[in-house]
Write a protein of this length. Structure first.
Length: 129
């Protein structure tokens, strides 16, 4: 019998809170058991990722990624999308209103290049501001 990882809402919340690693298996299930229930939305619903420019969800610009996250916020399938992305181990992009980079959920993406020298130091453990 093949076992798969069942991602639960609690697992997703822990992942969002900065565990920064893929969730560990919570309970083995058979291959016949669906991992995610069918999303509850009608065929008439216009999902943001289907009506907006698809490149927005895979942009390099932090501002564009923030816009994609905002568009996802009211999506009726946001949670299912996030759970599915975690299960598939998506390497990058905005999925379920979260930014994935190298398979890890991050709060926000830094812009390209080095930070300005006069930029304020963010709250970092072990560093005085």
């Amino acid at each position: 019998m093949t076992t798969q990882t069942k991602t639960t809402t609690a697992t997703v919340q822990n992942y969002q809170l900065g565990a920064n690693k893929m969730p560990s298996p919570t309970s083995p299930i058979s291959a016949a058991t669906p991992l995610v229930s069918a999303p509850v939305f009608s065929a008439d619903d216009e999902l943001p990722c289907q009506v907006q420019d698809p490149d927005l969800w895979f942009a390099e610009s932090p501002a564009a990624l923030q816009k994609a996250k905002e568009l996802c916020a009211q999506c009726p399938v946001r949670v299912e999308c996030l759970v599915s992305a975690i299960d598939r181990r998506e390497p990058w992009g905005v999925w379920g209103g979260e930014i994935f980079e190298q398979g890890v959920v991050i709060a926000q993406k830094r812009g390209r290049g080095r930070p300005r020298k006069d930029a304020p130091v963010r709250d970092q453990p072990g560093r005085a501001a």
